[in-house]
Design a protein around this ligand. Structure first.
Ligand code: IMP
Length: 195
């Protein structure tokens, strides 16, 4: 069965494609199929937003649709930016400016614990839903480092590492990331469903 990735974020697409194709799942992108609907992320949880995206793309494509909703949850900021990670500090900021904005917010505190969270939701044309979640714990660095990955990777140091996520190879990131963990759980549930 072919699946459609219900995301337009190039960073997520690369990681999801790498992980899923390594596990034998064939995926196409919504842009690849010319599906250009904008889905409003009105949910208050990662799960709700992932479901909204998967439902919309499934309705438009009539294919099983896999959506990712993810973000950075910072303890000292009461969980911000959380589900608003993609627009934290203002819609128009670049990823680097967003990282700078976060580092600025963190100047007020000594507490740097944070986690990346990812919810994967797959909606099938018959209405069935399969979901999975993953987290990656770490700390917020004091400066921007590394050029790989995307988003907040240059300011996030995963537990057990002295490098930021943006200094890891894509294989290293996928092995420990919130998205990698959520997709592994998703695949195992998918296999159970198909047996
Ligand atoms: P959304 O899921 O489209 O609402 O966007 C999630 C946002 O969270 C992204 O735009 C990034 O800013 C951030 N994010 C999610 N996953 C990652 C990651 O793996 N690395 C760095 N930033 C991430």
């Amino acid at each position: 069965m072919r699946y459609i990735l219900a995301t337009a974020n190039p960073g997520k697409i690369k990681e999801m494609r790498d992980i899923l194709s390594g596990l034998g799942i064939e995926v196409v992108t919504r842009d690849g199929l010319g599906i250009q609907i904008a889905v409003e992320e009105t949910g208050t949880t990662f799960y709700e937003n992932a479901k909204l995206k998967a439902e919309a793309i499934c309705a438009a494509s009539k294919m099983p649709s896999i959506a990712d909703d993810s973000g950075l949850v910072v303890e000292a900021l009461d969980g911000r930016p959380g589900v608003y990670s993609s627009s934290y500090g203002g819609e128009a900021l670049t990823a680097e400016q967003r990282c700078m904005f976060l580092l600025d917010e963190m100047k007020k505190t000594e507490q740097r614990r944070a986690k990346f969270v990812c919810n994967i939701v797959c909606v099938f044309p018959d209405g069935n839903i399969l979901s999975a979640a993953g987290e990656c714990n770490g700390t917020i660095s004091t400066e921007i480092k590394g050029v790989r990955g995307f988003g907040y990777d240059p300011v996030f140091v995963p537990d057990g590492y002295i490098k930021t996520m943006a200094e890891l190879s894509s294989e290293e990131k996928n092995a420990i990331s919130h998205r990698g963990k959520a997709l592994l759980e998703f695949i195992s549930k998918l296999k159970e469903k198909c047996v």
